[in-house]
Design a protein around this ligand. Structure first.
Ligand code: COA
Length: 258
């Protein structure tokens, strides 16, 4: 499929970058959400080493396209479309990094929350302003935001609809890192490249078990970990990594990715 509202690039390190490019404010119209979903499916069919999701310099994404809102019937279509697209992105078997510059509001914030890790420029502004429209977040915000910042802070942010600047986002864990505006893409790429040199299957298993365990009791999560701990020792990279440590010390292994 050709993309018109985003670009999907894949570099020599096998790092994929999705850049939203839907006009001035990167409104998450039905069409853009469909393209994000298509990009997630394309990446799932041949997983890269890491994914970077980014938007515009001044606006990462201004949320769902408000001009496409109607009544309950439209909401019954829009919500599941966004959930399906963001879930497929979140489920990719590699680290998905949001590089957030400027406003990440509503669906923009929810898109960043669907990513595994958020790097924000010092000019980033997050928020779930849906309440100011008399509605609630519908792209995962009521569920992913409390899992990241805790229920009380998520309620305060979503029920006031206020904006959260980068320094506060860092303090409450909504942003994992804040970097100088000019350094945003370099830092996201640096992290992605570090990951690209790692044992991919083990990385995918690690992500799967962390995400899977968050849905479970601690006891069931620990069982999940134990099964995966056995599974990971079946990879060639586990043999390479252990042998390399014993012979050369930590961090020197050359992994093959399986
Ligand atoms: N959906 C549709 N159109 C949007 C939009 C959205 N989510 N966000 C902004 N726009 C439109 C504005 O209506 C405006 O249209 P116009 O040029 O035809 O008048 C244009 O984009 C520029 O917006 P404007 O508010 O003038 O730009 P700004 O730079 O002053 O502010 C934002 C940018 C993103 C801070 C501000 O537009 C905003 O708060 N947007 C809404 C965010 C929101 O509520 N998202 C949740 C949606 S459920």
């Amino acid at each position: 499929m050709g993309y018109e509202l985003l670009t999907l690039e894949r570099d020599d390190h096998d790092i994929a970058t999705i850049t939203l490019a839907n006009g001035k404010v990167n409104a998450l119209s039905g069409e853009l959400v469909a393209e994000i979903h298509e990009a997630a499916k394309e990446l799932a069919s041949a997983p890269p080493a890491a994914v970077i999701v980014t938007g515009g310099e001044r606006i990462f994404a201004a949320g769902a396209d408000i001009s496409q809102f109607g009544g309950p019937e439209e909401a019954a279509v829009i919500g599941p479309q966004i959930h399906a697209a963001f879930d497929d992105l979140a489920d990719l078997p590699c680290l998905v990094i949001a590089a957030v510059s400027g406003y990440a509001l509503g669906g923009g914030c929810e898109l960043a929350l669907a990513c595994d890790y958020r790097i924000a420029s010092e000019k980033a502004v997050f928020g779930q302003p849906e309440i100011l429209l008399g509605i609630i977040p519908g792209g995962g915000g009521t569920q992913r935001l409390p899992r990241v910042v805790g229920a009380s802070k998520a309620k305060e942010i979503s029920i006031t609809g206020r904006q959260v600047a980068a320094d506060e986002a860092l303090r409450i864990g909504l942003a994992d890192e804040v970097v100088e505006h000019e350094q945003l893409h370099a830092r996201a790429m640096q992290l992605a490249q570090t990951i690209a040199a790692g044992p991919r299957v083990a990385q995918a298993i690690c992500k799967r078990v962390i995400d899977g365990g968050l849905q479970l009791s601690l006891a069931d999560g620990l069982r999940l970990e134990q099964e995966a701990f056995v599974e990971v020792f079946k990879t060639e990279d586990s043999q390479i990594g252990v042998k390399s440590f014993l012979e050369n010390g930590p961090g020197k292994a050359s992994f093959v990715g399986h």
